[in-house]
Design a protein around this ligand. Sequence first.
Ligand SMILES: *Cc1c(COP(=O)(O)O)cnc(C)c1O
Length: 526
Amino acid sequence: MTDGTALATSARVGAAMAPEEARPGAGRQAMNAALQPTLAELSRPGRGGGKVPHPPADALARIPASALRSAPLALPELNEPEVVRHFVNLSHLNYSVDSGFYPLGSCTMKFNPKLNEWAARLPGFATLHPLAPDELAQGTLELMHELQEALAEISGMAAVTLQPAAGAQGELTGILMIRAYHAARGDVARTEVIVPDSSHGTNPATASMAGFRTVTVPSAADGGVDLAALKDALGPHTAAVMLTNPSTLGLFERRIVELLDAVHEAGALAYMDGANMNAVLGRFRPGAAGFDVMHFNLHKTFSTPHGGGGPGAGPVACNERLAPFLPAPLVVKAAPGSYRLERPEERASAIGRVRAYQGNVGVLVRAFAYIRAHGASGLREISDDAVLAANYLRQRVGQGYELPYAGPCKHEFVASGRALRQATGVRTLDVAKRLIDHGFHPPTIYFPLIVDECLLIEPTETESVETLDLFAEALLAILTEAHDHPERVKSAPTSAPVRRLDEASAARKPELRWRPMTGAGTPCPT
Ligand SMILES: *Cc1c(COP(=O)(O)O)cnc(C)c1O
């Protein structure tokens, strides 16, 4: 318990301190009341905890001497309410979609219907053993089969695997399938994967993990892929091109047909990063447009709360050409009205498993419930509303901030604080920190890397116009403040449990465990 407790508080305190302060016990000054002491600091000898009611008088004597500790464990001693309050109070420090607007771009942090949580917790789904035989898992298999078909329909693809546990793993799965496809044709000279410079970091990481060299092509002035640069990079060494559409700039790639023709003419395959599908449901089907394979992020597009590190699901959809290479086992129809998993070796061309069991099934249940609750027209409406909200907010934020790309956006947009920095010295990081004082979670900043002083903002379809207005007004108020009192913006946040974090130290020298403090005034043994 000591380590788990320490994680929450100590990591924050460690991160909050300047490097020279970052030693055990020096965190007190960096705390305010909300960042309460650790359980070890609250501990009082002999209080609560670890009690066995009425142990037999000779309990200790019954334990072999070799199994007895020579000294008691250095565990904190507290009563139960103190422990409960400690954790509940810590949990209140979390910012969440349930407590406020969360405009992170490239993440789609939307409000997720509680109905889907109920569905995922139904005992038949939640308590099914992962090794249950098909006969005992018919309901779950049917749901998975229907979800495979729904995602194939939505993507315009032929077949779907639900196994990958996240978007990044879906990418790896898709690129491994492309590798297997080229290998099966004896085309072993294809050692490169092309990605645009606006791509998410997982794209080049995926290419490397699958054994390819990453070739980066620049974006054109309109934010789309530079077609000439792409054509130059394409060749007999190209295995695949990974495109995100709409892109991480929130822009739909207008030259998609030309781009995909060029990719296929070079003998390469086209991978679509589908993290932004919430912008184009029912409006754009990647398979019909000519993409060979793509992933979904069910936790972004089809409702699953995320942001705390998972779990997610990254199903992969592909066309007929790649279907033989999908990981096994898929869920297939057996006799009419019944379902089964593919048997081992049933499809020899499969790349194998990419994850234990059948993926994160709870996430699949939520996605299924979401898709069925909305239906085809409802899904299209979700995308239309997401695009409307983003364009509304873009127009309002554009009243003060630069908008580097002309024209309407899809589900998210980039703004730039470059002129603000030039005029006042206030940076996008400062604006983001000041937003916390206005009660808002900051948007994504400094990504995509190609926009100077970048803010990447995604409102999602679930926010009201009043919320969007309040957020835009906060951003514009900070702009005024930056001109009148730049030092106030630069020293934000003032209302949060911690002030500026030393992000370099937090990343490079994270303090992930509490170490006992020694000396007078501490409750802990040396
Ligand atoms: C979120 C995201 C990913 C990675 O997906 P995970 O589910 O977080 O692994 C990849 N590409 C883009 C564009 C994304 O937004």
